[in-house]
Design a protein around this ligand. Structure first.
Ligand SMILES: [Zn+2]
Length: 225
């Protein structure tokens, strides 16, 4: 929404670090687009547990692709994965995620113009209106972020690492659930994930798949029945 107001012609927007991870640099003097980023404030509950006690918004900056130079980006063809089966699967995946302590909300427009967002504190947002099969993959990707990259740890990873790990885990989960993932190669290419990068992240990917596979086991059993 904020983006549309400030830059009606914006095509693909991303933050400074994300553009760098995609091999592009912000043009000198380029004007960023201000967006509001939720910033959770941590505190203690009456029982003394750590908790998010308030939500503050701070200004973050994103840049349009037109204001960046560098490596060409892969063509942005998005393949739709549609069907009633995926709609049912998506509902069940959301139930499982919420039973596991995550909260899933649908929004018309997400920060970074993404299809899904994980905040690292249990909150996931999905883009309303995307095809159900695509959303199944997106949800698996965001669950992977929530389970593997909590907000307080994210600074210890590079953007490429966390995106490579989350997408690879989502790819494996979707293969198990028989959900096609035609957009995964483009996504990995966007973050310049090579075979070597995948190999370097294999332990983390394996651990993530094992953990989330346990969570969605009832779903896999139901599908197989
Ligand atoms: Zn991601």
């Amino acid at each position: 929404m904020l983006i549309a107001l400030q830059r009606p012609d914006a095509t693909r927007v991303a933050g400074y670090r994300a553009w760098q991870a995609m091999g592009r640099q912000i043009t000198k003097g380029a004007k960023g687009i201000a967006i509001l980023c939720p910033a959770p404030i941590k505190g203690k509950t009456e029982q003394g547990d750590d908790a998010v006690i308030a939500l503050r918004f701070r200004t973050g900056w994103v840049f349009d692709q037109a204001d960046t130079t560098g490596d060409d980006l892969p063509a942005l063809t998005v393949h739709a994965v549609e069907g009633e089966r995926y709609a049912t699967l998506l509902r069940r995946l959301i139930e499982i995620a919420e039973r596991g302590g995550l909260r899933v909300a649908f929004k018309d427009r997400l920060v970074w113009d993404a299809n899904g967002v994980s905040y690292g504190d249990g909150r996931i947002e999905l883009k309303r209106g995307n095809p159900a099969g695509n959303l199944c993959k997106t949800l698996c990707h965001e669950i992977a972020h929530e389970r593997m990259h909590r907000a307080e740890e994210r600074r210890t990873f590079t953007t490429q690492q966390i995106e490579c790990q989350a997408e690879a885990v989502a790819y494996c989960l979707c293969a198990t659930l028989d959900v096609p993932t035609p957009n995964t190669p483009t996504y990995l290419a966007l973050y310049k994930v090579s075979r070597a990068t995948l190999a370097a992240n294999l332990d983390a990917i394996r651990a993530g798949v094992a953990a989330i596979m346990g969570e969605i086991a009832p779903l896999i059993d139901a599908e197989a029945a």
